[in-house]
Design a protein around this ligand. Sequence first.
Ligand code: ATP
Ligand code: MG
Length: 132
Amino acid sequence: MLLNLFGNGFYAANRRSQETSDPSYRPVLKISTRDLGGEVEIKVRDNGTGSPPELRDKLFTPFFTTKPTGEGTGLGLSISYDIVTQQHGGTITVDSRVGEFTEFTVRLPRSAPSGAPAVNARTNSAATSGEP
Ligand SMILES: Nc1ncnc2c1ncn2[C@@H]1O[C@H](COP(=O)(O)OP(=O)(O)OP(=O)(O)O)[C@@H](O)[C@H]1O
Ligand SMILES: [Mg+2]
């Protein structure tokens, strides 16, 4: 789940560095964690291309991708969403500004929700095994 967020961040920052005319641009991926008591918060922030507001709701939808054909399946965030919400009972949200940054915020409860499925019922693959 985190590796997918990191991969997306690297991709967006790399794309911005290819597109920008600003020679001082430096790609940065920043990970921060916070203890919220009953929850752990993980933020993954990049200073890449950003994502426009009209796409924001679609990002977690299966097969939604803006990558060229053959490069992305568009499944990364939908699988991440399932892992965080269904298996861990947590939340995942996104904030972004085009040409500035994208930031994903994951919140995971410290204790597993009761009745959480051991594996994801929809995809049932190794990628959904619930590993962080
Ligand atoms: N850090 C980010 N910055 C800008 N856009 C993002 C970022 N992360 C995700 N997106 C947008 O969300 C879309 C869906 O992401 P998702 O991880 O689900 O699929 P993907 O990365 O396109 O494909 P795959 O994960 O299979 O490589 C991306 O194509 C991109 O448009
Ligand atoms: Mg991805």
